[in-house]
Write a new protein. Structure first.
Length: 208
């Protein structure tokens, strides 16, 4: 959970690898620009609850299954993979890839690494793993819609460090949000169907 480049309708986040879609965005968008207004507050609050841990019998009984060590990507591998996916319009600064007007920044961080410190104030950050671990998209803007890139498999965790709320949708074509995150909200583990969240609307309205 885990931010995001601005692109066309896709988990989506997209700005040239994550292209910005929206009225106030200046980045070049791929496909038809998304348009969404926020004239009235949504009544529903986000249905976000923490999931209980899953107990694996093999963890307590070594004989139950052979030990398997999962390969996790390093920050260098994450950076290289993102540049291979979307090299155009990319400015690389350390482990960050900045696209278009800087509204969307991809921060490459090795899986399993706590990376909350990489989320700047004034941004909506999405990690691909729970507990603010791994690589992330850091988005900014007002009244802007981002479409998540397809390779960003899921929203693992989020932190809305913006002054306005952020609404998340199954796609840029949906009008009813799945989640609403008020200004300052952080969620360590996004419940429900995180892999189906494909768009984020950065609103100027503060509360959900």
């Amino acid at each position: 959970m885990g931010a995001l480049v601005a692109v066309a309708p896709v988990f989506g986040l997209v700005v040239a690898a994550g292209l910005v879609l929206g009225s106030s965005a200046t980045a070049e968008a791929v496909g038809a620009p998304g348009h969404r207004t926020d004239s009235a507050p949504w009544a529903a609050s986000p249905s976000v609850v923490a999931k209980p841990p899953v107990i694996d019998p093999a963890a307590t009984d070594p004989s139950a299954a052979p030990a398997v060590t999962a390969a996790v990507p390093t920050a260098e591998e994450e950076l290289a993979a993102q540049l291979a996916r979307q090299p155009l319009g990319a400015k690389v600064v350390g482990n960050k890839i900045i696209y278009a007007d800087g509204a969307a920044v991809f921060v490459a961080i090795g899986a399993g690494t706590l990376s909350m410190s990489s989320c700047p104030a004034g941004r909506f950050c999405v990690w691909d793993r729970a507990n603010f671990q791994g690589s992330l998209w850091a988005l900014s803007g007002d009244s802007v819609t981002y479409s998540m890139p397809s390779y960003f498999a899921r929203v693992g965790s989020i932190w809305n460090r913006r002054a306005g709320r952020t609404l998340m949708f199954p796609s840029v074509n949906q009008s009813v949000p799945s989640y609403c995150y008020a200004a300052g909200t952080s969620v360590a583990s996004v419940s429900g169907t995180p892999s189906a969240l494909r768009a984020a609307f950065l609103s100027t309205y503060q509360y959900c």
